[in-house]
Write a protein that binds this ligand. Structure first.
Ligand code: ZN
Length: 495
């Protein structure tokens, strides 16, 4: 049988961490059909001198709405990413009500979210109708569930509210979500106690899914927050995944070492725990979440740059301190005026709070995965992680700093994340696996996105294949529309 697509003489990194092997790979329909001796294909590609790997898996996306607004998903596809896990930090497209105020329900970070779906299957149908470029795996978010059931209440749930929230989580799990996510620094998650979160995380157990968390604190109380995350996972009896592991704020730099030790201890006791990191020294999020308007934190304001600022577009891409100096204004007053302007609550910012050494410590940890945490609001100057995360790991931390080998970095970004997040027949180059592939130049791959020019596509990515179709090649989007809606440890929806 002649394959549809053949890569000749590629250095094949199979995703397991094994050394590369130069060989031929054949793809038939949506699967890898041949390895080694491959007959002539309908479409032949000479891949000599290039690396062929499983498509990268972004374990931490906020693309729930982007799949609807930007189904081409260029910012991920162009990095070699073929699957994104979404619904992170407690914010997910689902569950929703017919009258959902999308912006309120999703904390303003899920740009583009709209539609009349209410559950995961409805959302999957809405996304499939857009023929998305890449695959999507979903979490169900605590903040979204809580807003739907309890509005902005700061109290603990009543027994019936808790039962209603549990039912929403269970339904999403049964429909194929890979887990339950929390974002405990955000509203309304911050109003919940450990018991509430553990009770809801327990619903992920019906399918042996995950509890993923943007922890309650990533700075002064990082270690206490890690303890809480581990306690929730242990109480609920589910795998705990800590998102974007970091120690924010200079006084806390270095704490990631102790945090990783606690995780090691939990692993040694048999608990299932995993983590991911993004390779940048700045975080990003909705600015209003970080400030108390009655008492503006000036130390924080000093390290902030504006990403998207609908009220003052001219401020986008600029540090708050520079704007304040130029306009002769008090920093606190500037922050206040930005956040209280019309649509000021939609302002997205970038905070330089992380130590480069901590990123290295994280990446040296044996099973650290990679999640972009990109926020796909393309107006203004988004954090460059949206377009650059995966090539940056391979250029900066593999090629330049030698923190990890190429085969190991690929394992962390493919088979490890596929196994952890329940992607069936993906994450490895094996006969019978789905043909999600990235062909790149290991000597040349590099992130080009910067804080000043955050939407520049990475270089060195040659070809990206999604479910057997060439989706991206030599800088050109092929509009194959071959992305699938993945269900945890099951076939893709709706099979
Ligand atoms: Zn987060």
């Amino acid at each position: 049988m002649h394959p549809d697509l053949v890569f000749r003489s590629a250095a094949v990194f199979d995703g397991t961490g094994a050394d590369p092997q130069v060989m031929d790979i054949g793809v038939t329909e949506d699967r890898i059909s041949h390895l080694g001796a491959v007959p002539a294909g309908k479409h032949e590609m000479n891949a000599e001198g290039l690396a062929l790997a499983p498509g990268f898996i972004d374990t931490h996306g906020h693309d729930d709405g982007a799949y609807l607004r930007h189904p081409d998903m260029t910012f991920k596809l162009s990095q070699g990413v073929t699957t994104v896990v979404n619904g992170n930090c407690g914010f997910s497209a689902i569950p929703a009500a017919a009258n959902t105020d999308w912006r309120r329900a999703n904390g303003g970070i899920l740009a583009g979210l709209q539609g009349d779906f209410t559950d995961l299957e409805g959302y999957f149908n809405a996304v499939l109708a857009k023929a998305p470029a890449i695959n999507n795996m979903m979490l169900v978010g605590h903040n979204t569930v809580r807003s739907l059931v309890m509005g902005e209440a700061q109290s603990a749930p009543t027994a019936s509210q808790l039962a209603e929230m549990r039912a929403h989580v269970r339904r999403a799990m049964e429909q194929g979500a890979c887990g339950f996510s929390s974002g405990l620094i955000y509203k309304p998650g911050r109003y919940s106690d450990t018991e509430e979160v553990a009770a809801l995380a327990e619903e992920a157990k019906v399918t042996q899914g995950l509890y993923t968390t943007h922890m309650r604190n990533e700075g002064d109380r990082l270690l206490e927050a890690v303890d809480e995350a581990l306690r929730i996972g242990a109480t609920a009896g589910v795998h705990t995944h800590i998102s974007h592991h970091k120690a924010a704020g200079e006084p806390n730099w270095g704490k990631v070492t102790e945090s990783l030790q606690r995780i090691e201890a939990a692993l040694a006791e048999g608990q299932q725990v995993s983590l991911d990191v993004y390779p940048y020294t700045a975080g990003s999020g909705r600015m209003i979440e970080y400030f108390n308007l009655q008492n503006i934190n000036q130390d924080l304001a000093r390290v902030i740059r504006l990403a998207s600022c609908p009220a003052f577009r001219a401020y986008e891409g600029r540090m708050l301190v520079d704007i304040a100096a130029e306009e002769g204004r008090d920093l606190a007053e500037l922050v206040h005026s930005i956040l209280t302007a019309p649509r000021g609550d939609q302002t997205l910012c970038i905070q330089f709070l992380i130590d480069e050494k901590d990123i290295q410590t994280n990446l040296r940890w044996r099973d650290m995965m990679v999640g972009s945490d990109g926020i796909p609001n393309l107006k203004g100057k988004p954090h460059p992680r949206l377009y650059g995360t995966f090539p940056r790991i391979l250029s900066r931390y593999v090629r330049e700093q030698g923190i990890l080998s190429l085969q190991e970095a690929i394992r962390r970004m493919t088979s490890l994340s596929a196994t952890t997040f329940g992607l069936i027949d993906r994450g490895q180059i094996r006969e019978g696996h789905f043909a999600d592939l990235v062909l790149f130049d290991p000597k040349d791959i590099r992130d080009e996105a910067t804080y000043d020019e955050p939407q520049k596509l990475a270089s060195g990515i040659h070809t990206v294949v999604v479910n057997g179709s060439i989706a991206f090649q030599l800088g050109e989007h092929r509009h194959a529309g071959s992305g699938q809606m993945l269900r945890y440890r099951r076939d893709a929806f709706p099979k």
